[in-house]
Design a protein around this ligand. Structure first.
Ligand code: PSU
Ligand code: MN
Length: 308
């Protein structure tokens, strides 16, 4: 598809033409998910992880109205430092591009751009979900609706327990979005490697995950996305009591501060980081890098047999 406002990097363009493995990467995590300079260091480390395994990274963002699929180091640095960069989800994209704005793309917006560019595999830290108390606030991340309508596989470490995991699972079930567990029977919850919630299907290898992608996207022509949950490595997981306490305090502070709308997730991430004395950030970096490696392996398996 030719999209006049989209720029693919030369590296991504070549990989697309040759049918090589590509991993899409989001940029709200850079602009709003981590503090400087950890955000830029992590973004570069994640790209290096993908390259070291022989796949091509495609970090996605909107820069001065151009939809970038694959970015330079300077462009990533700009997203990481510039405080005027907005958080861009599906509803924000058209106005942002038309008005030549700059934004970090959420999981939802990154899925849209990846799909437009022809990229099927995407790595992030955690996806958005149904917030606690959503019965009153209606706060449900647009990431879930995007998973219902855009055929891209998202490798993540589950959803943070700042969210309501049970409601998130119900929502994904209703929308027909499968949750695959990579070498796990239950959902991880970002900082925790296990919960009580069962995944829909366990896959033992990256090759098996790629088989499910091929069946869903290429054989059945399904329009939904696929969530692939990859638990945080035990060495980096945080203890339940420690992280639950920080999350409870962060939620209390958020209620007192009256934060709502798109500011909720960035606010909670920042509060939890401060309340854990930075421990949540260290865990976050580790799991994002791990997800990038897994996504690269899945993308390589998925690309097998299609390379020119
Ligand atoms: N969860 C994280 N870190 C993040 C995000 C989610 O652990 O940085 C970001 C992602 O970009 C995700 C977005 O798509 O927050 C969800 O925001 P909202 O809840 O407003 O939909
Ligand atoms: Mn929200």
């Amino acid at each position: 598809m030719v999209i006049s406002c989209m720029d693919r990097s030369a590296e991504v363009q070549t990989a697309l033409e040759r049918g090589r493995a590509i991993v899409a990467l989001e940029s709200t995590i850079i602009s709003h998910g981590m503090p400087y300079p950890t955000n830029v260091e992590t973004a570069m480390a994640v790209e290096a992880e993908v390259r070291s395994l022989g796949a091509t990274p495609a970090t996605i963002a909107v820069l001065d109205g151009r939809l970038k699929v694959g970015m330079t180091t300077d462009e990533i640095e700009r997203l990481a430092c510039d405080k005027t960069v907005v958080k861009a989800s599906r509803r924000d994209l058209a106005a942002l591009i038309a008005r030549r704005g700059t934004g970090g793309t959420t999981v939802a917006a990154t899925m849209i751009c990846a799909h437009m560019a022809g990229v099927r595999v995407f790595a992030t830290g955690g996806i958005g979900g149904v917030h606690r108390n959503a019965q009153q606030t209606f706060d449900i991340s647009a990431d879930l609706e995007e998973l219902a309508r855009t055929p891209v596989a998202v490798v993540c470490a589950g959803v943070k327990s700042v969210l309501d995991l049970v409601l998130t699972q119900e929502y994904l079930e209703t929308k027909g979005v499968p949750v695959l567990g990579l070498r796990t029977d239950d959902w991880p919850a970002f900082f925790k490697s296990h919960t009580e919630l069962p995944v829909d299907a366990r896959v033992e290898t990256e090759g098996e995950a790629a088989d499910v992608l091929r069946t869903a996207f290429d054989d059945l022509g399904f329009a939904q996305g696929i969530v692939i949950m990859n638990p945080i490595e035990e060495a980096f997981a945080l203890s339940d009591e420690f992280i639950d306490r920080a999350i409870a305090d962060a939620l209390e502070q958020m209620a007192a501060a009256g934060v709502r709308g798109k500011a909720v997730t960035p606010y909670l991430l920042e509060r939890v980081e401060e309340l854990t004395g930075g421990a949540s950030l260290t865990a976050n970096v580790a799991l994002v890098r791990h997800n990038a490696r897994i996504a690269a392996r899945i993308a390589l398996e998925y690309a097998k047999g299609r390379m020119l």
